[in-house]
Design a protein around this ligand. Structure first.
Ligand SMILES: O=P(O)(O)O[C@H]1O[C@H](CO)[C@@H](O)[C@H]1O
Ligand SMILES: O=c1cc[nH]c(=O)[nH]1
Length: 236
């Protein structure tokens, strides 16, 4: 037990999906898991364990932002023995080639976060996805005919940037294709504790074209992403 998680030892599977939104965690468990079981509800940051295609898997909400995700991920790894963590998020688009509903596999995660920048003194550390999980996700997405982009994600501490799209400065022209708020800390902690991590996001609002996704489209495209992430998780 921790201040944020009252699950018991063994309550989490070795592979855990990480949505930011607690209600997405509930939806994933109730929609996709066989025999879902609630394992954490502290602060309503819900966690469940069940099976997918007969294999054990868990989902734990991470909350919004790197400080929140950092707490849940640190504890999942160091208290509950989790070995593979796959974030299933939403993101904004920073490149018009990425269309709403497209899936982004975050190969790397650029960040403005002091949580990551503060660790490495003079170095600009490059948080990266586990290659095995990334390859597995790309292969499985291809097999499903699911359109995806693998590339550099921005994990920002700021949702409402005061300068709007201009605030992302030179990042879009240097290959950063999406913006979310957690992947860089997920990758940094996974590297620190020698476990596997991947971030998969569905692009829900394009900051270049201002195209947005309807509620109905959001649900169906998130389903495709979640099924992909579950297939990767139980194969990890
Ligand atoms: O949809 P989730 O997983 O919460 O991810 C994105 O949505 C939140 C911002 O609205 C941030 O957490 C961002 O990373
Ligand atoms: O962090 C996020 C998530 C979705 N859309 C955004 O613009 N930013």
């Amino acid at each position: 037990m921790t201040p944020h998680n009252h699950a018991k030892p063994g309550d989490y599977a070795e592979a855990v999906l990480l949505p930011g939104d607690p209600l997405r965690a509930k939806w994933i468990a109730e929609t996709f898991f066989e025999a879902p079981r609630l394992v954490n509800s502290v602060r309503n940051c819900l966690g469940y364990t069940g099976t997918w295609k007969g294999k054990p898997v868990s989902v734990q909400a991470s909350g919004i932002g790197q400080p929140s995700l950092g707490i849940y991920v640190h504890e999942l790894i160091n208290v509950f023995g989790v070995k593979s963590l796959i974030r299933v998020g939403t993101c904004g688009g920073l490149n018009a080639k990425v269309k709403v509903r497209d899936v982004i596999l975050a190969q790397g995660a650029t960040t403005d976060s002091s949580i990551v920048k503060g660790r490495f003194g003079p170095y600009n550390y490059a948080p990266i996805a586990d290659f095995g999980l990334l390859r597995s996700a790309a292969d499985k997405a291809d097999a499903k005919g699911l359109k995806f982009h693998a590339g550099n994600m921005l994990s920002s501490d700021i949702f409402y940037h005061q300068d709007g799209f201009a605030g992302y400065d030179k990042l879009p022209e240097h290959g950063v294709i999406g913006v979310e708020m957690e992947a860089a800390t997920l990758y940094t902690l996974a590297a620190r504790f020698d476990v596997k991590a991947l971030t998969i996001c569905t692009m829900t609002d394009c900051l270049v074209t201002h195209e947005e996704i309807s509620a109905e489209e959001r649900q169906s495209s998130l389903s495709e992403m979640v099924e992909l992430a579950l297939d990767v998780a139980v194969d990890a």
